[in-house]
Ligand binder design. Structure first.
Ligand code: NOJ
Length: 467
């Protein structure tokens, strides 16, 4: 008998809680980003937030009203560790309260330790470019474990590790920019920016592995995962995988998956020849440390990529010699949205891990879809979000069908519980099942049509699973 399917909804600490609080929280990288004039597209001030911390009891009721079994949220490192280094029990108390409240309502916790934001001091000391950050991350994780383990069903170390390494540490021409502009040469000397990105990647993978080992020492039955962006790449028809699309997927997914799970337990062939000297090697000891440190493989999925040969403008395209091209999949979140409706991309990605008939490329680790969703379509009334219902519905159906065919997918997570800070897009790009009125003092939450729909969909699928 398989465990019941996980039905979840997600948020991230900084996105709903913001930075301003008087519980001993210290400044973070995103506080500093938001203070730079012109950086946040909607011009919202650093003080603006959904007040997730103050309104957690009400929010747990919203979560409950969806009928989900799990809530995925993250812990703000800057809140629970002053300057990223010293325990702050007042800050931790809030997360304990949140967990207690969720438990009262019978909702299990998927707790994500790192979701895009870093204590500002640690950023300035070199962020993920130096190994010195690793023990601080382990200390933070240890504190979270000690205080929260009795509530947590799945731990997740990093959200979208690739996205953070390529966009959240140093400024990389042509890639999204989600950080401050650290001078990486101060920490690494005269190396290429690709090397800096890969050193950051390596340090995060090591930090993940250390936390995995620590948690398993404490309780070997605990489940620890890591989130990758589900960047499935295809040729123009959206189905065929040729050498260029395979290479593109390797550059964005397998680059991270392979040291963790591939039997070689190393950077693999498909990435080595392209990154060359920029790929920092693993020692034998590190390889042992990192090997198979994934109990749950998590993917955030929003769209596939269509690629062709030839170098596009971004660093990853330059290195791996491919170009992302526009595609014909429905935009579904309005003209300026980057989200696309193509559930098959996710299914192919999951099936790709199994390899061909009979050949298991990777260990058959359970897969959790840790984020999936779409922004409001500006041409629709935000509360009548039929685009979201279609998008989420088609993904759920495809995922459940894949599960029936034997894909080891154990759960689905809708992004997001409520409209929130969509990073540099500010609050104008809204992914919530609940609308948040930021103008109101109360930051009033109102269910969109998708909230009621998600509840019914979960009820229906749970009934069918029970039969
Ligand atoms: C993935 C990120 O984890 C999350 O923070 C973001 O809001 C969503 N994508 C939507 O862009």
């Amino acid at each position: 008998m398989r465990d019941p399917f996980i039905w979840a909804v997600a948020t991230a600490a900084y996105q709903i809680e913001g930075g301003r609080e008087t519980d001993g929280r210290t400044p973070s990288m995103w506080d500093a980003i938001r203070e730079i004039p012109g950086r946040i597209k909607d011009g919202s001030s650093k003080e603006m937030s959904c007040e997730g911390r103050k309104k957690y009891k009400e929010d747990v009721k919203l979560i409950k009203s969806l009928g989900v079994t799990h809530y995925r949220f993250s812990i703000d490192w800057s809140r629970v560790m002053k300057n990223g280094k010293t325990r702050n029990p007042t800050g931790m108390e809030y997360y304990k309260d949140l967990c207690r409240e969720l438990r009262k309502e019978g909702i299990q916790c998927i707790v994500n330790l790192f979701h895009a934001d870093l204590p500002l001091d640690l950023y300035n000391e070199g962020s993920w470019l130096t190994e010195e950050i690793i023990p601080y991350f382990v200390q933070f994780a240890r504190y979270c474990y000690e205080e929260l383990h009795e509530f947590v069903s799945i731990w997740v170390t990093f959200n979208e590790i690739r996205m953070h390494a390529w966009a959240g540490v140093v400024k990389v021409e042509g890639e999204p920019f989600h950080s401050l502009d650290i001078d990486y040469k101060k920490f690494l000397g005269e190396v290429s920016v690709a090397r800096a990105v890969m050193v950051a990647s390596r340090n995060m993978l090591l930090a993940h592995a250390k936390v995995y080992r620590l948690f398993h020492e404490k309780n070997d039955a605990c489940r620890v995962g890591i989130i990758l962006g589900g960047h499935a790449c295809f040729d123009a028809d959206g189905e065929t995988v040729s050498s260029v699309s395979e290479r593109a997927t390797k550059s964005m997914v397998h680059l991270y998956l392979d040291p963790l799970l591939h039997p070689s337990n190393d950077w693999t062939g498909g990435v080595r020849e392209y990154l060359g000297e920029d790929l920092p090697p693993w020692s034998e000891e590190e390889k042992k440390l990192i090997k198979n440190t994934v109990d749950v493989m998590c993917f955030n999925y929003y769209r596939p990529h269509i690629v062709k040969e030839g170098k596009g403008p971004s660093l990853v395209e330059q290195i791996f010699n491919f170009t992302m091209v526009d595609d014909d999949w429905p935009k579904i979140g309005g003209d300026s949205s980057w989200v696309r409706l193509h559930p098959q991309g996710l299914i192919s990605l999951m099936e790709g891990l199994r390899g061909k008939e009979g050949e298991q490329k990777y260990p058959n680790v359970p897969i959790l879809i840790s984020e999936n969703g779409v922004n409001d379509d500006p041409s629709l009334n935000s509360l009548d979000d039929t685009n979201r219902i279609r998008y989420i519905g088609e993904h759920i159906d495809a995922i459940l069908e894949a599960r029936r065919r034997g894909v080891n997918v154990i759960g689905y997570t809708a992004w997001s519980l409520m409209d929130n800070l969509e990073w540099d897009d500010g609050f104008e790009v809204r992914f919530g099942l609940f609308q948040v009125n930021l103008e109101s003092e109360e930051k009033t939450r109102t269910p969109k049509r998708s909230a009621e729909w998600y509840k019914k969909k979960i009820e229906k699928e749970r009934r069918e699973e029970d039969q």
